[in-house]
Each structure stands twice: as C-alpha cells, then as structure tokens.
Write a protein that binds this ligand. Structure first.
Ligand code: ASP
Ligand code: MG
Length: 716
C-alpha cells in the first residue's frame, strides 16, 4: 500500500485535479493507493466564515462555494455522470445549510473527495471512498489504526481508496477536525494503519525548502532531513508540512516524500531516519509572525547538535551587516532563535539565508612573495588575521603559495600558513641566482600575484618573465620603477600584452592613494599643471625635528639613523635619491617620460660629504651646524618652514613640457607642507579639473601601513 496526499492547491480546480489523477494513475500501477485529499484551496477558510455568519450573508457564501464545486463538476463530467455528481454535491451542500456552526468546517474535504472518487470510478479504476469521520478517531491512534486496517482489509480488490483528510470524530462520535493543515496528519495515520511502504505528500512547492520561497527567492529544496529537523521546521513556521504528521510516520518508520504536483519529476524532500549525523548541518530558516507584539520569531534549524554560541554570533554578525537589530537571540543546542521587529522580518530571513545557505562563489588567488623583511612580515600577519573576514566580505581567498627571503625560498601550491613561514624558509631551497623568480615564472598558475616587498635593485629584470607568464605583480619596491624609462615602459607593455596588472601604489606616499589619483586624472583627460610632493619620510622627520628641538642637525640625523629611519647610509636620504625615485614614478604615472637626468636635484648636502667614511661625514656635518642653523633661523624669522619638496611643473621650455626640481624650499603657513608633522607626507596636485589643488596628506611610513597598501593593490 502507498498513501498519496494532495493539498488544497493541488485540487483547486478541474485542471489541477486532472494532474492529480495522472499522478495517482501512475502510482496505482505500482501498488494499491490510499488517496487523501484536502478541500479545494480557500474552501476551509470559506467554511469557517460560513460557520460564523447568518442569514443572507451565509446563504451567499454557501452559494458561491457551491458554484466553485459545480464548475469543477462541469469540467470533469458529462451527461448522466455530471447530473449524479451535481446531485451528490447538492445533497452535501443541503447538509451544510443545516449543519451546526462548529461543524461547517468539516464539509470541505467531503466535497472534494466525493468528486475525485467519482472521477476515478468513471475512469474504470476500482475505487472506494472511505469515511474518515468514522475511521479516524481523534487522539486515539489504536482505534484509528484498527478501523483503517479493517476497512482496507475488507476491500482487497479496490485499487484506489479515496479518503478525506482533516476530518475525524471525537471518541463520542462528534464530528471534528485534526487542526488546520491536518490533512497531512490524516495521510500519516492512513499510512501507519495500512502499513504503507510509501507516504507521499504532494503540495505546490518542491519539498521542504531552506526558507519560504515566497519570502526568500533564493530558497532551495532540502533533499533529505531527519524526523526531528522536519518537525522543528514545521513547528517554527514552515507551512509545507503539518508538524504532528511526523510522529506516526516516524513511529511506523515510513519515510515521507514531499513532492510538487506542478513539477512531478522533482525529487523533492525525503524525511526519514537519517543516521550518522554527528554534528549539526544547517537545514533551513523559518519564521512565525506575532502580529500583536509586532515581532517575528525566526528559527534557524539544524539537523543534529550545533555549537550554539558561535552560531548565535554568526547570526548576530549577519544581522549587523544587514543593519537589523535583534530583539532576542538564543540557542537550544540544535536550533537558533532570533526575534526581530515584524517590519524587518523579510530582510532578517534573507540575511540569515544568505549567510547560512547561499554559497557565495569564492575565488582563490595564489600569492608569491619576494621579501620577508618588515613589510613582508607585516603582510603575512595581516593576511592571517583578515583572511576569514576578507573571504566573507569579498568572496576572495588569498593563499600564500610561495615566499622567499634573500637566502631561501619555498613553494607549496596547496598554501602556506603564515605562521609556518620562518621555519619553512629556514629549510627552504637556495634563492641564489633568482631561482625563486624562475620557478614562479615557470610554474605559477596564470592570474597569480607576485608580491615584491624587497628593496632590491635588480629585481625588475625578473618582472618581465613573470608578466609574460601571466602573473600579476604588486610591488612596494620603488627601485623597480625608477629604472630608465625604456625599461619602465617595457614592463607596462608586457603587463598590457599579457592581460595582467602591475600595481605599485605603495612606492610613493605608502598607503596614500597618490598614483591612483594621478592616473585617474591622466585617464580622464585632465591636464596636469603641477605636482608638489613632500614624500621623504626621513627628511620630513629630520627637518620638522630640527625646528622643534635645540639639537644639532648632525645629532638629529644620527638619531634618525639609530631609529632605523634612514637608509643604512643616511647620505642616501640626504642626497635626495629616494625623493628622486618617487618623483620619476609620479611623473611617469602622469604620462611624463621623465628621466633621472631631467631632474634638477639640490641635495641638502654638497658633493664634499660623499666618498668619505661615515664618521668623517658626521664630523663634517657637525662642523657645518652654524650654516644649518642660520638657514633654519632665516626661515623661522620669515614665518616659514624648511621642507624637502619634489615638484613637477608645467613648463613649455622643459624637456617633456614639465620642469622637475627637488630641493629644500621655505614654505609659509599658506602651504599645506608647512603643517606636516614627523614622517607625514603631502602631495599637492594642481590640474585643469582641480582649480583648487587636490591635497593628499597622511602617514607615509610604517611597515604595517605599507603591507596594508600592498594588500589593497592585490584586491583592487
Ligand atoms: N483543508 C484543511 C486546511 O486548510 C486541511 C488541510 O488542507 O490540510 O487547514
Ligand atoms: Mg497543508
């Protein structure tokens, strides 16, 4: 025996009833069938209304319901059969007219099943209508099962029994119902009583879904779930199944197949004893609205035990992200309960569904990192701290597939845990002769990102083969971009030809969005008038401190060196070479093919300071203190400050139409650089689009900031 139950929308009209009969006919070829049906959709509500009304209103309601059924009869039957169907239907409506108010609701399933049973009989199926009012005794399973099994046993030749769902009797014979949605329970009782091998609940959605698809369009069918999870979903608001149905089915161990009348080939949901669930698997999210309190109680159902606390945290986080306030949040170890204001219930369901049930597609990007100094270490640390939230926010997973320091390298395509880097490098392969670059260029998957956080001079030579192998490059190494312009432009050409990116925002002003802003101007037809860049952290620090303290210039340089703020030889900074590199990069980004020799560079110190031992240099600097102090005093007397400024200014007479100068300038309070503190940077861009200059100012130093900027270039 098998039990098939069809809900109200499945039998709503003649067309749908025909679908039902097709499904039943196929099932009946397999085995005998008990067909349990609901009243036609809307009928039970109408009957409740009839029970509450009187007089003419009642008559009108009854008449319109009778009309709906007559229309179905007209479509399904012809000739004498139609007349008998009318007569049978009319007789039931006559009974309804006389019925006591509280019994009206029991007629709907009589109307529908009488029509369906007749239709089956017309099609020469041996059919018998079963009176659920006699067989199903409310709250008395034993009696119910005896009644049903006896009724079925009495009719061995019947192929399809047709039984009304929902209705039953009290023990004393009074007509009653099994509660709203109770036809599902009727079906489970018929199934258990007849020891059915199969119980199918046919409805208008493809099974139990991860959420109500009317509220959450992304909801999808749950293929299989346990009795408990199905009961939980039903109890907490999933309308597809009447919660008490689960118990008789589970006790008789008859799986419930929930199927869609309008898509019969869909496998739907099977509710059964799913074994071996050790940890909870998220099943679905339901809600019950409480109109009086103006709240909605949302339930996130799992199959099996869950870590309640972390699940609550996850719900809270996804609500926060969606801007939803939680009125209450708890877990009982299998489910999570959250209450929210009714007005935001839809958004709350969608947010939970997105977080727990929608697989956002994630892309993995392999990173190959050259350099494990201050910036490299900070980068690895940021990555290990943020990768989870990054994946969540952007759907991107960044995986370190290889790393090298100056001595060793290691490549692990399955990914390197940042905390393992020091140990792995220690026993890594020798990096001498550019081995790391060769291996990366030869083996890295296309679209990987090569990250250069070294300050090595000749590394740019390795960029070309990488770019040609389809590897993107992100670099904080300004030496790679202050090479002769032909080499610089060859890099860009290779990137373009191979469809990869070459990004180095960090090379000027660290994390400040300098190159981006200049490129934006060049790309959108803006005409650059000038750039003033106060971008040497070391010199900014030395000059600002010289103003503020009585220390000698040499003393301040010495201190900066001791703090690691200067290059190994501080003359590298004082010479302005670092500023020169930055100016070349700035100009080239603006489309000006500036070369080193085009730049007029006025160092802080003359040529006599170079080519001598460091101690001699310091002694010489100490001796020149009066000169340094005189310049400082002169600036101070004029209400100005000394700043080391690299500038590029439109000038028709200059080689590329722009004059490039690097020197100490005295700037007054009207100049943004006057206000710089410590290692702060400022870049002032004047262009035709910006009648007031674009000022980019902020921290220009620090390994963490640089690492964050590199990461940002990768993600951009
Ligand atoms: N017709 C009843 C109701 O609407 C029973 C059912 O459809 O399950 O509640
Ligand atoms: Mg139902």
């Amino acid at each position: 025996m098998q039990v098939l139950k069809f809900g109200g929308s499945s039998v709503a009209d003649a067309t749908n009833i025909s679908r039902v009969l097709d499904i039943v006919a196929k099932a009946a070829m397999r085995d005998r069938v008990i067909l349990v049906c609901s009243a036609i959709s809307g009928c039970t509500d109408a009957l409740l209304e009839i029970g509450r009304s009187e007089g003419a209103v009642r008559d009108t309601l009854i008449e319109s319901l009778r009309e709906r059924h007559r229309r179905i009869i007209v479509r399904l039957f012809t000739g004498a059969e139609r007349e008998s169907a009318f007569a049978e239907n009319d007789a039931l409506f006559e009974e309804l007219r006389k019925a006591p108010a509280d019994e009206c609701v029991t007629f709907g399933e009589l109307f529908s099943t009488k029509i369906i049973a007749r239709k089956l009989a017309c099609e020469a199926v041996s059919t018998k209508w079963l009176d659920s009012r006699i067989l199903v005794i409310k709250d008395n399973k034993e009696l119910t099962y005896n009644n049903i099994s006896a009724a079925v046993a009495l009719e061995p030749s019947v192929r399809v029994f047709v039984a009304p769902g929902f209705i039953a009797s009290e023990y004393d014979g009074k007509r009653t119902t099994l509660g709203r949605g109770g036809s599902d329970l009727s079906a489970a009782l018929y199934a258990a009583a007849s020891k059915a091998s199969r119980l199918e609940i046919w409805t208008d959605v493809p099974g139990i879904m991860t959420a109500n698809p009317k509220l959450v369009p992304a909801a999808r069918t749950i293929p299989e779930m346990s009795w408990q999870a199905a009961a939980d979903m039903a109890e907490h608001g999933a309308k597809v199944l009447y919660a008490p149905t689960v118990i008789p089915a589970r006790d008789a161990d008859i799986p419930i197949h929930i199927l869609n009348t309008f898509e019969p080939s869909h496998p739907g949901t099977t509710v059964c004893s799913v074994s071996g669930k050790e940890t909870g698997e998220w099943m679905g999210v339901t809600s019950i609205d409480d109109g009086l309190k103006g709240e909605s109680l949302i339930c996130l159902v799992a199959d099996g035990p869950i870590a309640g606390e972390s699940a609550c945290g996850r719900v809270e986080d996804c609500f926060k992200k969606a801007g939803i306030r939680t009125l209450g949040l708890s877990s009982d170890g299998t489910n999570v309960y959250a209450s929210v204001r009714l007005a935001v219930a839809g958004q709350a369901l969608a947010a939970i569904h997105r977080e727990f049930f929608e697989q956002t597609s994630q892309t993995v990007t392999d990173l190959y990192i050259a350099g494990y100094g201050a910036v490299g270490k900070a980068f690895a640390e940021i990555l290990s701290q943020t990768s989870a939230s990054l994946a969540q926010r952007t759907g991107r997973i960044l995986r370190i597939a290889g790393i090298s320091d100056s001595r060793h390298y290691v490549i692990l395509p399955e990914g390197i845990d940042p905390s393992d880097i020091p140990a792995l490098l220690e026993k890594g392969l020798p990096a001498a002769g550019g081995a790391f670059f060769d291996v990366v260029a030869g083996t890295a998957p296309r679209r990987s990102v090569f990250v250069d956080v070294t300050s090595s001079t000749d590394i740019f030579r390795h960029y070309l083969p990488l770019l040609r192998s389809g590897v993107n490059i992100v670099s904080s190494n300004r030496r790679a971009f202050s090479v002769p312009f032909v080499d610089y432009s060859a890099l860009h050409a290779a990137a373009q030809e191979n469809g990869v990116f070459l990004r180095y925002e960090t090379t000027v002003g660290s994390a400040l969005p300098v190159l981006e802003s200049i490129a934006a101007g060049a790309n959108t037809g803006d005409e650059l008038i000038s750039i003033e860049a106060v971008v040497s952290c070391t010199l900014n620090r030395i000059l600002t401190e010289y103003t503020l303290t009585p220390d000698s210039f040499a003393g301040i340089v010495r201190k900066a060196q001791a703090e690691g703020l200067t290059e190994a030889d501080p003359r590298e900074d004082l010479s302005g070479r670092e500023a020169l590199r930055k100016l070349l990069i700035l100009a080239r980004e603006a489309g000006v093919p500036l070369e080193e020799e085009d730049v007029e560079l006025d160092s802080l110190i003359g040529p006599e300071y170079f080519g001598i031992p460091l101690e001699d240099f310091y002694r010489k600097l100490e001796a020149a203190e009066p000169e340094f102090r005189a310049k400082e005093d002169a600036a101070d007397a004029a209400g100005q400050r000394q700043r080391f400024v690299a500038s590029l200014t439109k000038d028709e007479a200059a080689p590329h139409g722009y004059k490039a100068v690097i020197r100490v300038q005295n700037v007054g309070r009207e100049h943004p650089a006057y206000w710089l503190k410590g290692t702060e940077n400022a870049i002032i861009i004047r262009s035709v689009y910006h009648p007031y200059p674009l000022l980019i100012q902020g921290p220009g130093e620090g390994a963490k900031i640089a690492a964050a900027s590199v990461l940002n270039d990768i993600l951009r």
